[in-house]
Design a protein around this ligand. Sequence first.
Ligand code: UGA
Length: 433
Amino acid sequence: MKLTLIGSGYVGLTTGACFAEVGHEVMCVDNDTGKIATLLRGEIPIYEPGLADLVTQNVAAGRLSFTTSTEEGVDHGEVVFIAVPTPPNPDGSVDLKFIEKVAREIAPCLKEYKVIVDKSTVPVKTGEKVAETILRYAPSAEFDVVSNPEFLREGSAVADLMKPDRIVFGSNSDRASALMKKVYEPFVAPLLVTDIASAELIKHAANSFLALKISYINAISEICEASGADVELVAEGIGMDTRIGRAFLNAGLGYGGSCFPKDIAAFIAISEQLGVPFDLLKEVQRINRRQIDRFIDRIRKALWVLEEKRIAVWGLTFKPDTDDLRCSVAVDLVERLAAEGAVVTAYDPKGMERARELPLGSKIRLVASPEEAAVGVEALVIATEWPEFARVDFRKVRQSMLSPLLFDGRNLLAPGTMRGHGFDYHSIGRGAP
Ligand code: UGA
């Protein structure tokens, strides 16, 4: 099929490449001329495992192309996906100006029947607004609007798209549903077809449930610390119940990234607008903030005063296998340590380039390796669980540090082994601190 993605960011580009991989003819559109020029040169503007090869191969095979022209894109696709950013407003609600703009831009380009699919994460009822907007600017246009939430995770986006757990779309038209089924025919996955509002809600409900699981285990981690229990064993024990499952029960510094914090705030705002406040999610947010507060308290307690203390931080991205620093708890941690006067040396395997663009100030020095970060420091903090951090020579690292304080904010390491190397080892919810 001929498909178009409007918006060639994280979701648009990865989805476009995967659609091309299964044989569709895909055109990715973006109004950022720099981004399109980068893609046309064969470079990928983001780091995502497997994506570069997928893009290169499909461009070479003539199934993937890029343009800055919305008109060209709309002409090309039988189905046109909108995958533009939906940033938060200061009050947590979603700013839908980019979606509205694309709807306005698509309208005059509609010369024949098209399915317009909303792939961006949007509040319930956005589909209706998109249809209204298109009709306002093109009253005789023939089209249907469909909601098709994406469930890809950064770092495993290609795998999530190629082998999804499920495909969900919401449609109020048989004609549009038939075309959508054809789009997803090459993907082997259970398909759920709903009305538009339900599909829109599924996305926010899924992300907030996952965030709830994380906050749940983080709340338990605090009880473990107070009682001497081990949160890893508790997570294993409850996760063995198939009704609960072990996934997303990793205690740590809390969730970050471009999705959960924004989507939880948005869902709270929508529920309030609908007159049914979802207060449980406010508690999810509170527990998430408390994890990093508690962690910093523990560092402060060990070092007494943070002013002038040299602290190494390993990991800056919001999770491993990405270069994304957006709403990263690790970056927040670095900033808060520096704000208290600590002198931070930081290292991340993939996030250094983006970290250099952040206004981190003179109290933070970015270095070339985890070992270099740890030289002469009073404490070492693991903020993101990159697997390579578990493979460094901890005996050498310990010797290069001024004092052996190790704070593992992601429970990456084994307490017994680290204590064996002579570390004063602290982690999350694994016995009394
Ligand atoms: C999340 C969802 O997992 C995807 O299904 C969804 O499609 C995506 O948002 C989206 O809305 O676009 P993502 O933000 O890429 O994906 O990352 P996750 O793997 O979900 O991790 C989010 C945060 O939770 C990270 O900061 C991670 O460190 C944290 N986390 C995750 C925990 O603290 N504990 C866990 O057990 C799992």
